[in-house]
Write a protein that binds this ligand. Structure first.
Ligand SMILES: Nc1ncnc2c1ncn2[C@@H]1O[C@H](COP(=O)(O)OP(=O)(O)OP(=O)(O)O)[C@@H](O)[C@H]1O
Length: 386
């Protein structure tokens, strides 16, 4: 329905409205469509001190805006001829849940691994909480938790609590420390795992294992969680629970989350902001609502009874963008793009004039899947009706 030119124009719009990362001008990097103001008002005062020394002023004096928790600058990762990440720059404010989307091979995992300091970039830098993850990986590691391969990171022969103790121990924390134990208890409680704490992970359901993996990523009092496909394989209920928990951690503790997911509903429900990656480059960086708005041309699904002639079909196709046209006996189902809702009566009239009897007319709104497909150059074949 939208011409490649329209998609390109949209792509250009997204790239040009998003300022390049400017680490000295935070106003530039703060986006109006996010609730940054609300998010910076966290209940855990310690959390706002995430930049190793640069902290907010709790004594009532005017505060300066804090630097972003994550700053990626001109990051490039090449594997011989393949440019997996191509000159990517962006920054993330505290308490944001950022979704990284992209088709297979787009560079999402490479980007995440480079942000975690697990890959040496060909060029560019990543700073987490003000720490360069490649110059000082150990110090950076203390501030981040990650699940890169779901529950496979977790030790299945250990109990849930032993896993938490192990992952906390990697950063020198002792589970015997009452403060650490209290944190683990709170985490288990929040994830509804408190009564399973002494169970061997192997005996838990898949969804529970996934939650244990998340608990391990957060076992230390981290500022940032990198989660690769956190809801993969979860049933609907567990997926909803996990999303709720991540939202709560972001809102109440100021946890910053970077996640990848192929599940658009997860991203649409959960993320404040979406980075769409394609061929190693960021092709869009915006709020979910803004991205969907960008492709807000509606379509209408019309069902009519009565045989429509080939001439009628051709005439409608000549005047409108027909996304699909299916005839099944006497029934025709057509999906037609409309630039203006006002065009609907005229379009319906064309079907009636052609001998059809209207059965139903439904407006179909675009969603994140549609925006994603447009941005990555794929074409949508179906639209969901809302
Ligand atoms: N170790 C490696 N050596 C060579 N090429 C690699 C390596 N890792 C990734 N690549 C290539 O880099 C590109 C990006 O891969 P990456 O795994 O980051 O994509 P992705 O977006 O995570 O994909 P998927 O959604 O399929 O997991 C791909 O072309 C991939 O083949």
């Amino acid at each position: 329905m939208r011409s490649p030119a329209a998609s390109n124009a949209a792509r250009e719009t997204i790239r040009t409205t998003r300022p390049e990362t400017n680490h000295t001008d935070h106003d530039e990097t703060v986006r109006s469509d996010h609730t940054d103001g609300e998010r910076s008002n966290h209940t855990d005062g310690e959390r706002s001190n995430h930049t190793d020394g640069e902290r907010s002023d709790h004594a009532g004096r005017p505060e300066t805006r804090e630097p972003p928790v994550i700053e990626v600058s001109n990051l490039t990762k090449r594997y011989d001829e393949v440019v997996a990440v191509d000159d990517v720059s962006f920054s993330v404010e505290q308490g944001t849940i950022l979704g990284v989307l992209g088709p297979n091979g787009a560079g999402k995992t490479t980007l995440l691994k480079a942000m975690l300091g697990l890959l040496v970039p060909t060029e560019g830098t990543v700073r987490v909480c003000g720490i360069d993850v490649h110059d000082d990986p150990e110090r950076a590691y203390r501030r981040v938790g990650a699940t890169l391969e779901g529950a496979r990171n977790v030790y299945w022969r250990l109990t849930v609590r032993e896993n938490l103790a192990f992952f906390g121990g990697l950063a020198g924390e002792s589970a015997r420390d009452p403060a650490v134990k209290a944190r683990h208890d709170t985490l288990l409680d929040q994830l509804d795992l408190l009564d399973r704490g002494d169970d061997v992970v192997n005996e838990l359901s898949r969804g529970m294992k996934q939650k244990v993996a998340l608990a391990c990523a957060l076992a230390r009092d981290v500022d940032v969680a990198f989660l690769d496909e956190p809801t993969l394989g979860l049933d609907v209920e567990s997926s909803v629970d996990l999303r709720r928990e991540l939202r709560r951690l972001a809102d109440e503790r100021g946890l910053t989350v970077v996640l990848t997911s192929h599940d658009m509903s997860v991203v649409e429900d959960l993320c404040d902001r979406v980075l769409v990656v394609n061929q190693g480059q960021v092709v869009a960086d915006d709020g979910v609502t803004s991205l969907v708005e960008l492709f807000r041309t509606s379509a209408v699904r019309i069902v009519v009874d009565g045989r429509l002639s080939a001439t009628t079909e051709q005439a409608i196709r000549a005047d409108y963008t027909v996304e699909s046209w299916e005839t099944d006996g006497d029934r025709t189902r057509a999906l037609v793009a409309l630039e203006e809702a006002n065009d609907l009566p005229a379009l319906s009239a064309r079907f009636v004039e052609g001998g059809g009897r209207l059965v139903s007319v439904n407006t179909v709104e675009p969603d994140l899947t549609e925006a994603f497909l447009q941005l990555t150059g794929s074409e949508s074949t179906t639209r969901g009706t809302r």
